[in-house]
Design a protein around this ligand. Structure first.
Ligand code: F0G
Length: 446
């Protein structure tokens, strides 16, 4: 069994309230501009921010830093073959590197690419290669309260309608993101994965799974889907991916690593092409932008990610946070998904119009009140898309304890208690590319 060393980025000391107010103002009321030492509990992302196990650290100490053909790459290849069932692997520096490598080989100008829901970097890479990224979530995805089991699913009928609209020959690939990060980390069912396989065959398209949180998804399949209740999580995790032609992976999520990613493919010709493209953008095809020690850490992390003890603690902790928030009167997206709790800021602050960013106001209040950093995923991050005003509180893996969850619950409760007094924000300065504004724009209270 593995044990952990603590690697939390945030400080262990809660700054005084006036100091937090000052840092928030200096940061332009944008959490991305805060230093990690300003933050008490960091829920900005679950990406690369988790704690590695002692076994991972031990593997790093013994890593092979050879430029070509390192033993650490072989260890990673073996882990991916065992855990995910892909034998042809192209390593990359992180998930978006994998997206660049694979989508650059699959997508051409004028193509149309359906997905259950595109994550931001996926959308950007599909578009950059001339494709039109089209979200095809099931109806229930947009219902923040329904208790349906697999709200992350793709709607095959929407994809069929799209194909008959634009012509199947313009759809080179069907993507499926498990779990569905842009839909509150909701899982995708095995049945839906099989349906997507059939759909891709019908359209003669490549079936790609974005496997960032494939292990977390497997936990929900076992819990909620008929026929999987007695199966091993590792087996389910692998079965999910067995249906895909290719995978893109960010090792910063269910690779339990701080950095890294890869593409996995089955077709030898596509393998050659992705390798050549990776050499251009990522590095030679046996390291892809990772150090040997990064690959060694991920090789161990992938195996740990599909174990019972890890996954039940992981999903259990996220659920525990959801329960505490609900008890504090905070409106959240239900059921709670895999890596984060999503708060409905529109309902917390009905007096704040979308143009004054109720989600960003909540991000600021959580920091002001308790030094907690979350991230807005509503009108501020996604201008003109009219998404619900959600704030994501993502839990880093193996990092926080019950006392931290208690603090988050109390903080959110205090924010709710004085929610009527809270005002919105306006943008003072923003970058040229509006799609990236939530990373760096500065705001002020209205
Ligand atoms: N795909 C999904 C579903 C993701 O959630 C992410 C990253 C990526 C691809 C890109 O991977 O960051 O390693 O380049 N999500 C992080 C997040 C950033 O906070 O949700 P990356």
């Amino acid at each position: 069994m593995f044990s952990y060393t603590s690697a939390t980025a945030a400080t262990t000391e809660l700054l005084a309230r006036e100091e937090r107010e000052r840092r928030l103002e200096q940061a332009g009321y944008n959490g991305f501009n805060l230093a990690s030492s300003d933050v008490f509990i960091d829920l900005l992302t679950d990406s690369g921010t988790g704690t590695m196990s002692n076994d991972q650290w031990a593997a790093m100490m013994q890593a092979d830093e050879a430029y070509a053909g390192s033993e650490s790459f072989t260890a990673l290849e073996n882990a991916i073959a065992d855990v995910m069932g892909f034998e042809r692997v192209v390593p990359t520096h992180q998930g978006r590197g994998a997206e660049n490598v694979l989508y650059g080989c699959l997508i051409e100008e004028g193509d149309v690419v359906p997905n259950n829901t595109h994550f931001d970097t996926t959308r950007a890479h599909v578009a950059k290669n001339g494709g039109d990224p089209v979200d095809c979530p099931v109806e229930a995805a947009g219902d923040l309260d329904s208790e349906e089991a697999f709200k992350g699913n793709i709607d095959p009928d929407k994809v069929r309608a799209l194909a008959s609209d634009v012509g199947a020959d313009r759809i080179p690939a069907v993507l499926l993101t498990i779990t569905n990060n842009s839909v509150a980390g909701q899982p995708v069912s095995m049945e839906n994965i099989r349906q997507t396989r059939d759909l891709a065959d019908e359209l003669d398209a490549t079936f790609v799974i974005d496997a960032c949180r494939f292990a977390e998804n497997a936990f929900f399949v076992r819990e909620r889907e008929d026929g999987y209740g007695n199966r091993e999580l590792a087996e389910i995790a692998r079965e999910q991916l067995s249906h895909a032609d290719a995978i893109v992976m960010s090792g910063k999520k269910d690779g339990l690593a701080n950095v890294g990613g890869f593409v996995g493919v089955r077709d030898p010709d596509l393998f050659e092409r992705t390798k050549q493209r990776a050499i251009l953008y990522e590095g030679f095809s046996t390291y892809g932008g990772m150090a040997g020690r990064d690959m060694a850490a991920m090789a161990v992390g992938l195996r740990e990610a599909v174990t019972e003890g890890y996954l039940s603690a992981r999903i259990g902790q996220v659920r525990d946070l959801g329960e505490r928030l609900r008890e504090a009167g905070v409106p959240i997206y239900t059921p709670v998904g895999g890596h984060a709790v999503y708060v409905d800021a529109g309902r917390v602050f009905p007096q704040i119009p979308d143009e004054a960013f109720p989600g960003q106001a909540l991000v600021c209040e959580l920091y002001r009140e308790g030094g907690v950093r979350g991230v807005e995923l509503g009108s501020f991050a996604f201008p003109e898309t009219h998404r619900p005003e959600l704030v994501r509180l993502a839990l880093p893996r193996r990092t926080y304890h019950v006392e931290h969850l208690e603090h988050i619950g109390e903080t959110a409760g205090a924010v709710i208690d004085r929610s009527e007094e809270t005002r919105g924000l306006e943008i003072v300065s923003e970058p040229e590319n509006e799609a990236l504004r939530h990373f760096s724009a500065e705001l002020k209270p209205v």
